[in-house]
Ligand binder design. Structure first.
Ligand code: GLN
Length: 322
């Protein structure tokens, strides 16, 4: 029998370490999400040279939710250019909850594309350009990044569409300041649909590795995003990706990441690997509890933190992943 890779051993150990951790609660504010199995827990890593390591429930499907935000932001950047997007969406952390009904005081722009106001604005820009086809375009792009054909969970979509009045309030605030056009319901359809795209941990690791690999899917070798968009997506994930807990995340883990309310957490080790965890119990900020624990250990044990002075980081990983 061939020996298991060190990274495979490591994720199995970390999975075992936290599989019984019971902190946090499954999100219930979107009715369909409350049906998630709180015991599910998966960890997947895909290196930029195409090696995959997986453990636990990595094939279980869940909706991508807020992890869609950096991707549609990247699409808006590529469709309209950085300047046009920046006129509508800033890249400053808000320090407030992801679904706060607020805009930047002086400019009336959303603080950043990782809060709902900014993400709805990016969806609105895509709707402006592609109309009814915007969601097909989004689905196609996400599928390219994941390396397989993804689908929308219609029940989650409908659950969000019929109960997402807070997002409706945000959208009308954006309309009031002319940040988005008055096709509010159609824009929200795009936003709710992008959040309802079904992925598993394996898909998320592939999306993360595509970003880590400067926009090229390491398995299919197809280019999904250009390098300029990738740079902006990673920057904004680094400063705003973990809701109003991003400062602590950067301090403890130190890699660009994005979490979603269904319990997914995507992390990027630039040029080296994509990481994904899935576990639906969330802390009070909306981040997956087991996910955070797993990432803290991975970061420490593999030296992933960008500013770790022990940063075995790139050299260590590069040798390990040969
Ligand atoms: N669809 C969710 C919402 O808008 C996404 C939020 C999230 O994952 N944080 O409320």
């Amino acid at each position: 029998m061939t020996e298991k890779h060190e990274i495979q051993n490591l994720i199995e150990m970390i999975h075992k370490r936290y599989a019984q951790q019971q902190d946090g609660e499954v999100a219930t504010y979107i009715p369909q999400l409350s049906k998630a199995n709180p015991e599910h827990f998966g960890i997947a890593i895909l290196s930029t040279n195409g090696q995959i390591f997986e453990c636990g429930d990595t094939g279980h499907l869940f909706t991508i939710q807020s992890i869609s935000k950096p991707l549609t932001y990247g699409m808006a950047l590529e469709t309209f250019g950085e300047e046009a997007v920046f006129k509508k969406i800033n890249v400053e952390p808000s320090g407030d909850k992801f679904n706060s009904i607020e805009l930047e005081p002086d400019t009336n722009r959303p603080f950043n594309p990782m809060v709902n106001a900014g993400a709805i604005t990016a969806s609105a820009m895509l709707f402006d350009k592609y109309g009814k086809n915007a969601i097909d375009f989004i689905l196609e792009k996400f599928s390219l990044a994941a390396g397989r054909s993804l689908e929308i969970d219609k029940e989650v979509y409908w659950s969000e569409f019929t109960t997402g009045h807070r997002n409706r309030a945000i959208a009308y605030l954006l309309l009031n300041f002319n940040v988005i056009s008055d096709y509010v319901e159609q824009i929200l359809e795009v936003y709710f649909a992008q959040c309802s795209i079904l992925v598993n941990c394996h898909d998320l690791a592939c999306i993360a590795a595509t970003i880590a690999n400067l926009g090229e899917n390491p398995i299919t070798k197809k280019e999904v995003f250009g390098i300029d968009a990738i740079k902006s997506m990673m920057s904004v994930m680094y400063v705003c990706g973990m809701y109003d807990n991003t400062g602590n995340w950067v301090n403890d883990v130190g890699i660009p990441a994005k979490s979603g309310v269904s319990g997914g957490l995507l992390g990027i080790v630039n040029r080296q690997m994509g990481i994904a965890t899935y576990s639906p119990k969330l802390d009070e900020k909306g981040n997956s509890c087991r996910g955070i624990s797993a990432y803290k250990d991975l970061s420490r044990e593999l030296g992933l933190h960008a500013f770790d002075c022990m940063n075995a980081g790139s050299s260590f990983l590069t040798t390990m992943l040969k």
